[in-house]
Design a protein around this ligand. Structure first.
Ligand code: CP
Length: 302
């Protein structure tokens, strides 16, 4: 494939291939040199129209570890501020010899529009409330590394499901791999039609977490909540915040995950965030491995 725009419709074999390559490339991160030549001569540009720490930096490091030329553009410091369109920005990068454009954009579908108009491979690093496929891939990598086969896993995802591109990509990826996903949150943050995506939905956090293998908390995205529908932070934490008591309902080996950034004391208590079951920091490391794999696989095409 030329691009990775989402996990909807991506077959299990392709997800397995990405995770297998990520496992091999992860070893590079702990080597003293942190250098391999897989992307020698390739150019990767990150084009971010929204803030990011983890995704942007892990793409940059993934490219550098594999010897690519890597450059970053912030929309706030580019000619986008002078009115340049996304397509014109993409074509400008194309003619500079860019092989991969990694884009994050507040509008759902922006990476798809870019991909249709550039020769470079496009990777979606998060588009509006649509998808964040590389986050779901690193989440699946972490689950597989810690728990083995994804098939049959019970994954509970709690939080602002309505605005979450991470939830959507995880639902697509995990259900393809044979896991069962239950999403949970207040009614104002829970979209309809979840069952059509092959997942379950509940308003009851205790029911969602009971016997789960993975408890994934998602950030409350106040920047996307325009309608004042949100319960207060205090109410959210009271009913949906993951504390030790709620976590005790999950299976004893259950993983605690969060894509970050975490609002400590809202989605998770600090004791759970930093607790023995938390793999949140490992998710970040795995993000570099998965992004190395994707850059390698997409630039390998003829
Ligand atoms: N998880 C994630 O996308 O984090 P950033 O916003 O820091 O990239």
């Amino acid at each position: 494939r030329k691009d990775l725009l989402g996990l909807k419709g991506v077959p299990a074999e392709e997800i397995q291939e990405i995770l297998k390559n990520a496992k091999m490339l992860k070893q590079l991160i702990s080597q003293p040199s942190k250098k391999a030549s897989h992307l020698s001569g390739k150019t990767v540009i990150t084009l971010f129209y929204e803030n990011s720490t983890r995704t942007r930096m892990s793409f940059e490091l993934a490219g550098k570890y594999l010897s690519a030329n890597v450059a970053n553009i912030s929309a706030s410091a580019s000619s986008v501020q002078k009115g340049e369109t996304l397509i014109d920005t993409g074509k400008t990068l194309d003619v500079m010899g860019t092989d991969v454009i990694v884009i994050r954009h507040p509008m759902s579908g922006a990476p798809h529009l870019l991909a249709k108009n550039v020769k470079a491979s496009v990777i979606n690093a998060g588009d509006g409330i649509n998808e964040h496929p590389t986050q779901a891939l690193l989440d699946m990598f972490t689950m597989k590394e810690k728990l083995g086969d994804l098939k049959g896993l019970e994954v509970a995802i709690l939080g602002d499901i309505y605005h979450s591109r991470v939830a959507r990509s995880n639902i697509f990826g995990l259900t393809t791999m044979g896991a069962h996903v239950t999403v949970c949150g207040p009614g104002t943050l829970l979209p309809g039609g979840i069952e059509k995506l092959g997942a379950s939905a509940t308003l009851d956090a205790r029911a969602a977490v009971r016997n789960a293998d993975v408890v994934m908390a998602l950030r409350i995205q106040r920047e996307r909540q325009k309608g004042g529908l949100f319960p207060s932070v205090r109410e959210y934490h009271q009913f949906y915040g993951v504390d030790e008591e709620l976590l005790s309902l999950a299976r004893p080996h259950a993983l605690v995950m969060h894509p970050g950034p975490v609002n400590r004391g809202v989605e998770l208590t600090s004791s759970v965030d930093d607790g023995e079951q938390s793999v949140i920091t490992e998710q970040v490391t795995n993000g570099v491995a998965v992004r190395m794999a994707l850059l390698y696989l997409l630039t390998r095409r003829a």
